[in-house]
Design a protein around this ligand. Sequence first.
Ligand SMILES: NC(=O)c1ccc[n+]([C@@H]2O[C@H](COP(=O)([O-])OP(=O)(O)OC[C@H]3O[C@@H](n4cnc5c(N)ncnc54)[C@H](O)[C@@H]3O)[C@@H](O)[C@H]2O)c1
Length: 413
Amino acid sequence: MAETRRKFLKQVALGTAAFCVSPRTRVLGANERIGIGMIGVGGRGQELLQQVLELPTTQLIAIADVYSRRREEARHLAPGIQTLDDYRRLLDLKNIEAVIVASPLHIHARHFLDTLSAGKDLYSEKTMTWSIPEAEQCLAAAKKSDRVIQIGLQHESSGALADARKWIRDGVVGKVTQVESWMSRNTPHGNGQWVRPVPSDCTPQNVGWKAFLNGRPDRQFDAFKFINWRLFWEFSGGNVTENMVHQIAWIMSALNLPLPVSAYMSGGVFSEKDGRQVPDTIAVTLDFPNDLVVTWQSTFSNSNYGLGERILGSDGTIEHLSGVNDMVTGSSEDSTRYYPEKVNRPDSVARVGETVDQNHMANWVDCMRSRKTPNATVDIGYRSAIAAHMANLAYRQKQCITLEAAKSAESQF
Ligand SMILES: NC(=O)c1ccc[n+]([C@@H]2O[C@H](COP(=O)([O-])OP(=O)(O)OC[C@H]3O[C@@H](n4cnc5c(N)ncnc54)[C@H](O)[C@@H]3O)[C@@H](O)[C@H]2O)c1
């Protein structure tokens, strides 16, 4: 006992005690509900809020959001919850054991670190952080913590990933030297992808602007940027952190890849020149150790090929498609398939993936009960974040960037 206390005081002196103090490590009984809080209840936050409400084993206690409209919307969706404008008050609440973070990208790291410091379990939306140094900080904090952390990379819970892993494990894919992946969308002429209208009540009186800025240089309230933060580097990483991160995490998990050794990204704002900074047309090349190149390309002015990944092996191909249109029939396809390379596997046959998706939110909640590790670990959150930030740094610098150069870059801009 005295030894435990001495250890605790030493941790306090080192400033690491908060990560080690656990309000709950016991396994919960089947009928006990887990008290949940949420930080950021905008577009994605409200989807996650509804997912939580559908789970009988959780109880949504409170939400924190800097915009009064979002607090009202959350109250409407979940009458009786407490609504706060400062997330720190939410973290003070003792009956909240776990927190879901769905704030804009540039605030993820603060909310991630403070949630762990408060001793709560965490579900943090992707991309894990806005920058590489923040990703290092969050990984280090998670390693010191015993909290259950799920990253909002829901494709880590997909049946497609389970199928791809199984086929790779079975040895029917062979040596993989290349993976191609893509993601494409379109909008009506004149309406840029992601642009949201600014509600009339989005005013300095109704928005905690300084908290939104999160340490960025202070300036006059800008309602357009507050609503459309995705379009600007200060707050966003563009489509690489919005969408590539999902696919690169999936590819890295399927093939168990380490960090890329170098990255290159070309493209620009070509589809709608509406004042946005982040490119809408993108081609990324990531080099991995052990003879592997992964490419990802993306456009916002053609949606025909939806999104997909093709793992190209010497013995076979794994193809995962979503929303891909057949040019002749016009029908759209979602599938995971394996095709053998007849030169090396003459007797193999094609396979179709049949594993059903797991509920990513339910997986987090189950793990909070069992204290097991959820499907989308901090480690894959970290590796996919680094890959995304390397690509963006290469784009900003207009040159190929190595992992070392990306990690020591002075600025993320
Ligand atoms: N996993 C997925 O499929 C998926 C899908 C969409 C979005 N996302 C991610 O979810 C996150 C949010 O995206 P969104 O589209 O919901 O954005 P959004 O702008 O609609 O919502 C963000 C919310 O955070 C609030 N907010 C801003 N600063 C805050 C602060 N300091 N404290 C508390 N609240 C604050 C805003 O008022 C807003 O309600 C992003 O990281 C995005 O990449 C994930």
